[in-house]
Design a protein around this ligand. Structure first.
Ligand code: NAD
Length: 459
């Protein structure tokens, strides 16, 4: 587990140990012992599975590719988490992402545990046939530990519905006669995927921001007006005016979050910048996000990088370096690319006062502390980007029932669930001096501790 995750989990446990109204049945030495056990359970994964997939490539070479499935915790249900195809995949990263899944599911009351998978490749370096084989081999190597009631993967960076369809088909052929629809989520809709799953994370990211800064603040304005809390003051200073938004990453999560912001016209916010692995595009008057999204869908996911491409598209934008998106003078920065984007070396250059983590762990521990001290609101990953796993849960349910919901039903269920979480977390956040991440972790750890206690596991 990364040091940021483990230190916040530990400080949450310390706070709960002190609060004797929490699990009052545990007292004295037994209480101390129980919390020590919890610390050990949550700071280590239950299982680390690693294999080298042996792949005969279409070009005639045979390669061995490192692949992981890490199962962090199953207190709340079967392990659940995406499979990432990226060249930087390594055991430590996958273990941290698996732990974040445990916390995310606990925070949003989704009845799953936390897991994560990864394959250390750049998918752009492989043919479609190679990728198909990699997916089949991944399932083949890990088939004993996967399944609808054991561990249910989903897409992550570098994977999508195509890969989930291939993987589910392989699972079905390895285990004939068993239930298989719920073995993978994020599948294509024709193959039993849920309507709305592709957009769910990005929609949830924007919804979290909008709900906190508009719906919740407006409703609680009177109650919050007397508070000295620095985060409430930051929120109030942004609540009633149009905001400039920048989005880092324009893939599954970032492009949908940007589109949601663009379409939410009644708030008069502007998406002034978007970026991807190559470039930042900026326009202080606001960017034409639908045109850019249309372009990426037919350009292998990449934004335009030249004046010619932009003028063909009739999109007005200044072309900047990839990382410039982070340092623009904007109100809101949505991070939807990869981890560790804001860190000790660049944290002082960040001007946005509201940061929304669409990606997992995009802000390092040092940067988180530095920015939070300055009153910057960081909406943490486990709160903001849970839309994907929540709709994955609905997909899993629909697969079991073989009954399918309409897209409107899916989004209503999603927003209801995220609203319920935020209505639990936000009053405390605006009342306490603690950052939102700490509040979310405490809530998740409370849920995990209570269930572990009820299961008799705290000895
Ligand atoms: P994706 O592969 O669809 O998109 C990633 C985007 O980031 C692309 O636009 C890519 O060009 C860009 N990018 C890559 N490196 C970059 C860099 N150095 N600087 C700027 N941009 C860069 O991936 P995604 O599914 O959108 O996932 C993005 C993040 O959100 C990841 O951290 C992922 O773990 C997290 N997440 C995704 C989901 C989901 O449902 N897809 C759910 C929860 C969390």
């Amino acid at each position: 587990m990364a040091s940021q995750t483990s230190s916040i989990v530990q400080s949450s446990l310390d706070a709960l140990l002190e609060d004797e109204s929490f699990l009052p049945g545990l007292t004295g030495q037994t209480r101390k012992q129980a919390f020590t056990s919890l610390g050990a359970i949550l700071s280590t994964p239950n299982h680390i599975h690693k294999s080298f997939l042996r792949i005969p490539l279409e070009n005639g070479k045979v390669v061995r590719i490192p692949a992981f499935r890490i199962q962090h915790n199953d207190t709340l249900g079967p392990y659940k988490g995406g499979i990432r195809f990226h060249e930087s995949v390594n055991e430590e990263e996958v273990a941290n992402l698996a732990a974040l899944m445990t916390l995310k599911n606990a925070l949003h009351e989704v009845p799953f545990g936390g897991g994560k998978g990864g394959v250390a490749i750049n998918p752009r370096d492989y043919t479609v046939k190679d990728l198909h084989l990699i997916c089949q081999k991944y399932v083949h190597y890990f088939s004993d530990i996967l399944g609808p009631d054991k561990d249910i993967p989903a897409p992550d960076v570098g994977t999508g519905d195509r890969e989930m369809d291939w993987m589910m088909a392989e699972y079905k052929s390895i285990r004939p006669g068993t239930t298989y629809r719920g073995s993978f989520t994020g599948k294509s809709v024709v193959n039993g995927g849920s309507l709305g799953r592709r957009e769910a994370t990005g929609k949830g990211v924007y919804f979290t921001f909008r709900y906190m800064l508009h719906d919740f603040l407006n409703e609680k304005r009177k109650w919050l007006s007397g508070t000295e809390n620095k985060f409430a003051q930051t929120a109030f200073s942004y609540a009633d005016r149009p905001l400039d938004i920048a989005v880092q990453g324009f893939g599954n999560v970032g492009s949908v979050a940007a589109l949601e912001a663009y379409r939410c016209t009644h708030l008069k916010n502007k998406v002034v910048a978007v970026s991807d692995r190559n470039v930042t595009l900026y326009n202080s008057e606001g960017l034409d996000i639908p045109a850019l999204a249309e372009f990426t869908s037919s350009n292998d996911g990449d934004l335009p990088t030249t004046e010619e491409e932009l003028s063909k598209l009739k999109v007005k934008a200044e072309i900047m370096d990839r990382d410039e998106v982070l340092y623009l003078d904007v109100d809101v920065l949505m991070l939807a690319a990869l981890e560790d984007q804001i860190h000790q070396e660049n944290m002082k250059q960040i001007k946005a006062r509201i940061i929304v983590e669409g990606a997992n762990a995009p802000v390092t521990g040092e940067a988180d502390e530095f920015l939070s001290d300055k009153g910057v609101i960081i909406v943490p990953d486990i709160l903001a980007n849970a839309g994907g796993v929540i709709v994955s849960y609905f997909e899993w349910l629909q697969g079991r029932e073989t009954q399918f919901y309409s897209e409107d039903e899916v989004f209503k269920l999603l927003f209801d669930k995220m609203t319920a979480t935020m209505d639990t977390i936000l009053p405390q956040f605006f009342g306490d001096p603690f950052p939102l991440r700490q509040n979310c972790y405490i809530h998740a750890v409370m849920k995990l501790s209570t269930i572990s206690y009820r299961h008799g596991k705290l000895y």
